[in-house]
Write a protein that binds this ligand. Structure first.
Ligand code: G
Ligand code: G
Ligand code: MN
Ligand code: NA
Length: 254
């Protein structure tokens, strides 16, 4: 209960901050970033999202928080455009189920995109399988509307849910994000290699981009590349960092 009221206050007091984690191509160039929310608690210290996102979802505060994240990420992209080397940089935002199923979600996204002049193809929304399985028809309609706004859609934590090819082919996605649980032991685990290879083959047949998350070692990256994955995110390339620090990494290059 205490955390809940603190969470409410935190929004009013502007205690949230977006960190950004680099997403890189085969040559190690930063082609995008995932926005990850951080709560700078007034008592000092950073409260991890694993502690407050589930609570925000339960209480419905995720709607206000998610709206703030979307707004902040679009504004940040706009600010970045004044710096060299940022053209074409994409920004990925995590969307929670409740947020996605709001009746006016598409309007909210369209408004944020328009307000900041976000170019088509720049904003990526990361969705999870669970949220797409409820009321499929409406979900697919919402996804199509988002696509018309110029937003790209990525399926986060891919491989951890249901994800049959049958249902996947109906979703207007742009990207599959291979869950970090398959990357962690990839080098020594033949089963994980088989799973990753299957995901990549699936993505190819559905004409989806693939990105692997949780890439921590060069051996993992090399094996992912060999299996056909061309986009990577993980500590090997950078931790989630404040916006200014990500821009320094963009300027420095691979
Ligand atoms: O940031 P971390 O690195 O600790 O993220 C932990 C979890 O919190 C991840 O599952 C991530 O998807 C989620 N998360 C981080 N930022 C956001 C956000 O802005 N919105 C939502 N819905 N989830 C987020
Ligand atoms: O659920 P989602 O994929 O949105 O959240 C990404 C989470 O993974 C965040 O908590 C982020 O800090 C974490 N993360 C990002 N890169 C790595 C990595 O290389 N290794 C590990 N263990 N976690 C990572
Ligand atoms: Mn994510
Ligand atoms: Na993920």
């Amino acid at each position: 209960v205490r955390l809940e009221s603190e969470l409410r206050l935190a929004l009013e007091r502007d205690e949230f901050e977006l960190y950004y984690q680099a997403q890189v191509d085969q040559r190690g160039r930063i082609v995008g970033a995932e926005a990850l929310v951080r709560w700078n608690h007034p008592n000092g210290g950073c409260v991890p999202p694993s502690r407050f996102i589930p609570l925000a979802e339960e209480t419905g505060l995720i709607l206000a928080l998610g709206g703030w994240v979307l707004e902040r990420a679009c504004a940040q992209w706009k600010e970045w455009q004044r710096l060299p080397g940022t053209r074409g940089l994409t920004v990925a935002v995590n969307v929670s189920a409740r947020q996605f199923h709001q009746p006016d979600f598409c309007e909210r996204v369209a408004a944020a995109v328009a307000r900041h002049g976000v170019a088509p193809g720049v904003l990526k929304l990361e969705l999870t399988e669970g949220m797409l399985l409820e009321s499929m028809e409406r979900t697919i309609a919402t996804m199509h509307r988002l696509k018309r706004i110029g937003v790209r859609l990525s399926l986060d934590d891919f491989g951890t849910g249901y994800s049959s090819l049958q249902y996947l082919k109906r979703l207007p996605l742009d990207q599959l994000k291979i869950d970090q649980s398959f990357v962690r032991d990839l080098v020594g685990d033949g089963n994980d290699q088989a799973i990753v290879l299957t995901i990549i083959a699936m993505a190819r047949s559905l004409k989806l981009e693939v990105i692997a998350e949780g890439v921590e070692t060069e051996a993992q990256r090399a094996l992912l590349a060999k299996l056909g994955c061309r986009r990577y995110q993980g500590y090997l390339f950078g931790r989630p960092v404040p916006a200014s620090e990500l821009m320094r990494a963009v300027a420095d290059g691979p």
